[in-house]
Ligand binder design. Structure first.
Ligand code: PRP
Ligand code: GUN
Length: 186
């Protein structure tokens, strides 16, 4: 059986039904594309990758390995604002940085930019710490949901404004383990 044949036709979480949206092969292809763009733009630099927990852990692990920049560092922050399928509008930093960002070339790695509230607050927090440069990369971007006008520097996928799960993205903490991305069935 190939990897592709194991994709579930639907996933039910807390009584909600989700159907396949982005399959693992396509995710892998787009992660490779973004990694090659980053490799090109970071040539000669020693980037500090900041993975935004919890949702970005799987994307960050795949992306950082694809980038193949041995002279990089990796660290983590944690921000939270969603309950169920909606933002509370209150973006809380639950885990912060201990690294000195002065003069560093920072690459923030997110799983999704939806309203853009988390991205905007995080970038403001990081810029206060004196980095040389800040790049923002996301797996998924939903421009039609934006409340901030924020646009990421790199996006693996631009998607419509429906709620999705899998490949790190959760519904109330569940189903982050799914290898494919699923969208809510309307
Ligand atoms: O653009 P926004 O509307 O701000 O949404 C994006 C944020 O939502 C998710 O975080 P969440 O609060 O669900 O925490 P999690 O990463 O732990 O799932 C995601 O990981 C982003 O950080
Ligand atoms: N799981 C999940 N988390 C999000 N956070 C912001 N948008 C989304 C989404 O579509 N799915």
């Amino acid at each position: 059986m190939t990897d592709d044949e194991r994709i579930a036709e639907e996933v039910v979480v807390d009584g909600l039904t989700f159907v396949p949206f982005l399959k693992r092969d396509e995710i892998r292809r787009q992660v490779k594309r973004v990694a090659s763009e980053l490799r090109r733009d970071l040539e000669g630099k020693r980037p500090l990758f900041i993975c935004v927990l919890n949702g970005a852990f799987i994307f960050a692990a795949d992306l950082i390995r694809e980038c193949g920049i041995n002279d990089c560092s990796v660290t983590f922050v944690r921000y939270k604002s969603y309950e169920g399928m909606s933002t509370t509008g209150n973006v809380k930093q639950l885990v912060g940085l201990t690294e000195d960002l002065t003069g560093r070339d920072v690459v923030i790695i997110e799983d999704i930019v939806d309203t853009g509230l988390t991205a905007k607050q995080m970038i403001a927090d990081i810029k206060k710490q004196g980095p040389e440069s800040v790049r923002f990369v996301t797996l998924l971007h939903k421009p039609a949901s934006s409340k901030t006008g924020f646009t990421p520097d790199y996006a693996a996928f631009t998607i419509p404004p429906s709620f999705i799960i899998g490949y790190g993205l959760d519904l109330d903490g569940k189903v982050r383990n799914l290898k494919d991305i699923y969208v809510i069935k309307e």
